[in-house]
Design a protein around this ligand. Structure first.
Ligand SMILES: [Mn+2]
Length: 426
């Protein structure tokens, strides 16, 4: 199923007058305060977030998985799903593949399909957290950190294969997330595991094309519960430095212990020019992978405030790669992604409204109350008319979720793919 521009335009027509009233009211107020509304709209339109191939099917828990009907069963259908989301929201112009789940059989056909949806290939992700069919070595006790050289070599080789696959698709980055670690005290030698991981990453880095980036994720626990080899941003930062200029830290919102000050981590990494990528999701307790903005929207806004500051003040940091890394098992995955994209855009728009000059002056004056007022004035602004306008400017839907339901997209997909269609991956 495809949604064409005419369907979107027709559905938008009914809401245009009311939208214009709300947009004009907000735009006038912002203009009077000195904001450049056109520049803000342009930034919102340019902000594109990659969708990972594994978020398009129903997620599972360790207790079970409840499938969602009409899931994409192959790479073509996964790209089609991202195409649907992108047509509606105009903010999901990229897909992030996971190898070996998404190895294309016909590269030209896959690239043509993505182009037809106006989608590019973002970072490719390697997988050494589970054993693959016919593999000679097992990752049960780790991959890049393993005490066995044969296991490490297999994991290094896999990452190099992923780079080659990504290169053929036009990807420009490799994301490495390691599940390596230990479950019990004494199981692993921390120093040896870290040294092996560093040596393995340096080996992979040697195969990275000149115009590529290596993103290194960190996570404090799970699936290993006593220790993980790359437990925090500092360890990732250290490993990225050991690799070289093209290696960066990747921040995944769910990969922190509760109440960690993530905005401060963002600020530190951007100051050092080492924030390469960002994975959005939300959580209450751990790596819950809940819909972005569903639990802690204010925390998300504060993180965006640090990101906006960094993008404006840290030329040493490259423009970060944005991706949603969320999936679970009780929502229609496409509706969930539309909600996540909306929350990301909303937090970004509010962060763009923080008056950085005024804030800097209040900080210099140690006017703590005024600092908070400036931040919260931006947060309390209802920016939804700006998001609507940015979508309209690109030919997207005024109300993407509403149109998704009006067009009965899920039932159309079930008709096409069947009720039993299951997405590969997690
Ligand atoms: Mn992630």
């Amino acid at each position: 199923m495809r949604i064409d521009k005419n369907q979107i335009q027709d559905s938008n027509a009914a809401g245009l007058v009311e939208h214009a009233d709300r947009f004009d009211f907000l735009a006038n107020a912002l203009t009077k305060k000195g904001y450049d509304v056109e520049a803000i709209l342009q930034k919102l339109s340019d902000f594109q977030v990659a969708i990972p191939s594994w978020a398009l099917g129903a997620g599972g828990t360790r207790f079970g998985r409840f499938g969602y009907k009409g899931e994409p069963s192959d790479l073509n259908q996964k790209i089609d799903d991202v195409g649907l989301i992108h047509a509606l929201t105009q903010t999901a112009g990229a897909i992030s593949l996971h190898i070996p789940w998404d190895v294309p059989s016909d590269y030209t056909a896959i690239k043509d399909l993505a182009t037809s949806h106006d989608i590019v290939f973002d970072a490719v992700n390697s997988n050494t957290f589970q054993d693959q069919k016919n593999a000679s070595e097992s990752y049960k006790f780790g991959s890049l950190s393993n005490t066995s050289k044969a296991v490490r070599d297999q994991a290094i080789e896999h990452n190099i294969d992923v780079i080659k696959i990504g290169d053929k698709l036009g990807s420009k980055s490799l994301t490495v997330w390691l599940s390596d670690g230990s479950n019990f005290p004494g199981q692993s030698n921390f120093q040896a595991a870290l040294q092996n991981t560093q040596d393995s990453l340096v080996e992979i880095y040697k195969s990275l094309p000149d115009d590529w980036k290596l993103f290194i994720e960190y996570k404090p626990y799970e699936p290993n519960f006593y220790s993980t080899v790359i437990q925090d941003w500092g360890t990732s930062f250290m490993l990225a430095n050991a690799c070289g200029d093209k290696a960066y830290t990747l921040v995944d919102l769910g990969h922190h212990l509760p109440n960690t000050n993530i905005e401060q981590i963002v600020a530190t990494l951007m100051m050092k020019g080492k924030l390469g990528g960002f994975h959005f999701n939300d959580s209450k307790y751990g790596d819950d992978d809940l819909t972005v903005g569903s639990v802690k929207p204010y925390a998300l806004f504060l993180i965006f405030n640090a990101l906006v500051y960094g993008m404006e003040n840290n030329p040493q940091n490259p423009y970060p790669a944005w991706m949603i890394d969320a999936s679970h098992n009780i929502k229609d995955p496409l509706e969930d992604l539309i909600q996540s994209l909306d929350a990301i855009q909303e937090a970004y728009a509010k962060a763009l409204l923080v008056d950085q000059k005024l804030l800097s002056e209040a900080q210099e004056d140690h006017d703590v109350v005024k600092c908070q007022e400036i931040i919260q004035d931006a947060y309390r602004t209802d920016v939804r008319p700006l998001l609507e306008k940015a979508r309209l400017n690109r030919g997207g839907a005024l109300f993407p979720l509403q149109l998704y339901r009006n067009l009965d997209v899920r039932n159309e997909l079930i008709k096409e793919r069947g009720a039993d269609s299951v997405a590969s991956g997690l």
